[in-house]
Design a protein around this ligand. Structure first.
Ligand SMILES: [Zn+2]
Length: 301
């Protein structure tokens, strides 16, 4: 039985989002950075938003090794953690995403789920965070698989499928009916939405943009669905290693965690790190978020 998630005695809940580790079978500096960040931030939950491993893994053995390195920082500290897939996680073609998901789920503190399956998408799920005093959910976390590449005649990256958007809407409506109120939520997936660019241009909160948003050419109105449904207050992704901004559009924060790993592309002058979220149960819709990155004085202690 996996532990339930709960706001702490001060009414706080902290999430650390790591992303784009691009791990192979040989553990690298990205895992050290995870350890340092967890030591300092002491979160209640860790989210890994895709491209955790890539084609450097070429056998089942390589994949298991890479995943156990990734698991160590959270398992060692007994911090619940959840994953979603990016476009590189199964490029080794050795295991399917569903088989890999089972490897992740076998760890004691991992709370990932295979969840709703549609097309090539595995790991569409959500989990609730209970209030500190009563067993009533105060916050919700959605996890989605944003897929890989669009058909070649369209080009670019794939989009959140209409079936996933409908799964999201159904889940939101079910929760609203059951708890008789809208439960504020945050949503994580790997590939940014087109709307990120508009948010960056009009509603920057923090962080930097060093490359174009590598998004799908269409989003099938997914962002508008989020706005109209009204529960999701933040959408956070990885994928574009050099972008780490957070911006707001129509009351929804759209942001990046940057990149955590050393195994993919990067720039020496753009530090690796994580995005942190601090949610208070008195006003969970208005959560705080910041970047925690290598070279920060807090991590040098
Ligand atoms: Zn990616």
């Amino acid at each position: 039985m996996k532990a339930g998630l709960k706001f702490d005695a001060n009414g706080n809940f902290k999430i650390v989002q790591f992303t784009d580790l691009h791990e192979g079978p040989n553990s690298d500096k990205g895992i050290d950075l995870m350890n340092k960040i967890l030591q300092y931030e002491k979160p209640n939950l860790v989210v890994l938003s895709g491209d955790s491993i890539d084609g450097k893994c070429q056998s089942v053995g390589d994949i298991s090794k890479a995943i156990s390195h990734i698991a160590e920082p959270m398992e060692g500290r007994k911090i619940p953690w959840a994953i979603i897939f990016g476009n590189h996680d199964d490029e080794h073609k050795v295991m399917s995403k569903e088989e890999m998901m089972k490897l992740y789920m076998a760890f004691d503190c991992n709370i990932s789920e295979i969840g709703y399956k549609t097309f090539d998408r595995i790991g569409n799920y959500n989990f609730l965070i209970q209030g500190s005093k009563e067993n009533i959910p105060k916050f919700n976390v959605y996890m989605l698989d944003s897929g890989k590449y669009a058909p070649t005649f369209i080009g670019g990256y794939d989009w959140i499928k209409l079936t996933q958007a409908c799964w999201y809407k159904r889940t939101a409506l079910k929760l609203k009916k059951k708890y008789k109120s809208i439960i504020p939520a945050i949503m994580f997936f790997h590939i940014p939405l087109k709307k990120f660019k508009e948010a960056w241009e009009t509603g920057l909160i923090d962080g930097e943009r060093h490359e174009d948003e590598c998004c799908a050419k269409t989003n099938l109105g997914f962002f508008n669905k989020l706005v109209n449904t009204g529960d999701v207050k933040g959408v956070f992704v990885g994928h574009d290693h050099l972008n780490n901004y957070c911006a707001e559009l129509k009351g929804i924060k759209l942001g990046y965690a940057g990149y955590t790993g050393y195994g993919g592309y990067g720039e020496d002058d753009i530090p690796r790190g994580a995005r942190v979220f601090l949610i208070n149960e008195s006003n969970p819709a208005d959560f705080k978020t910041w970047l925690r990155r290598e070279g920060d004085k807090e991590l040098r202690l």
